[in-house]
Design a protein around this ligand. Sequence first.
Ligand code: URA
Length: 426
Amino acid sequence: FDTVDVIRAKRDGRELTSEEIAWVIDAYTHDHVADYQMAALNMAILLNGMTRREIADWTRAMIESGERMNFDQLSRPTADKHSTGGVGDKITLPLAPLVAVFDVAVPQLSGRGLGHTGGTLDKLEAIAGWRAALTNDEMMHQLDTVGAVICQAGSGLAPADRKLYALRDVTGTVEAIPLIASSIMSKKIAEGTSALVLDVKVGSGAFMKNVDQARELARTMVDLGTDAGVTTTALLTDMSTPLGLTVGNALEVRESIEVLAGGGPADVVDLTVALAAEMLAGAGKTTAEDDIRAALNDGRAMDAWRAMIAAQDGDNDAALPVAAEQHVITAPRSGYLTTLDAYAVGVASWRLGAGRARKDDQVQAGAGIELHAKPGDKVTAGAPLMTLHTDTPERFDRAIEIAEEGVVISDDAPTNSPSLIIDRLA
Ligand code: URA
């Protein structure tokens, strides 16, 4: 095949053949197709789209660029969750041990944050000693003994996606539904889970700003998973405001531990329980939500969490890091908090040091934002709205400005707040 012919075909709106797709992904993985050529092809895909068959072929080619894991030797079925990314989205932390309580193994391969959304590995690294990198053997052993593992994806899984994602990130081609769906699903299918629930976020803090786009992304991913033999469902969930009351690494670990102790904010608990129910049903162990909640309230999920953290050398009893400096933002007037914008809070937290601007930057474990009010709450002038945390106080000015832009206080209570769970697709 000729690379330029493939680019021209997609540019002119022709459907690519299975052979063309297999060839171009393989050639790109092995550096026979240049970055500038792949960038042009990605832009043509972003503008002209792909058919369901092209997306399936593209996904398969990315899976075949690397190794596939296999959990068939485990005595338990496996289930995994993927979130398309949000602000304050710490759900993986309580969810993985909670599902393990019900004898379903959770192989949760996670990533680091880039930009305004946090990464699960960055959060867990706030725990003294905790180790993100495990060998495949260590992972398998932990799934057998503890039943849950959250670790870094090995470099052998879908290497084509690793290269492609880095290229898309710098060429304005991240936001293409065929490319997002194939990127996420190639990694999940290669990982070898038997059941998968997708948490597709909608709103200012998410990739997908409106429900129609999010539904199309969810539909595409559910179809890819189902066609590949993975029992896949999706929830569309609200990301117009942060999840829970904390954003930032150690702050989110603290809130997750509150949930595992039977407390924590209602939205975090409700979403954790809803996703656990999907995972258990997908793995063939349908469980009532009340029975799932019971495992948070009676200490079983906490026991599984402590075992999971200890297995990766984390010190369950060490104090979590606290940032050196705090600043409280107060309500400028009395009224109802009608907007607390997820994107503004996410960017402010990132600026405080919770996230990184470049791939190799260090994150601050203690940095981030605690929220003291949520949309719909009545607030009084001068009452605290949020507390900003950082080790580097020169970051306060810009972060305060950004966070304040995300706040709207009105005389009337909000009437059209989105529900936490907007839709379900199977
Ligand atoms: N997450 C991924 O893994 N890939 C994308 O393309 C977007 C989000």
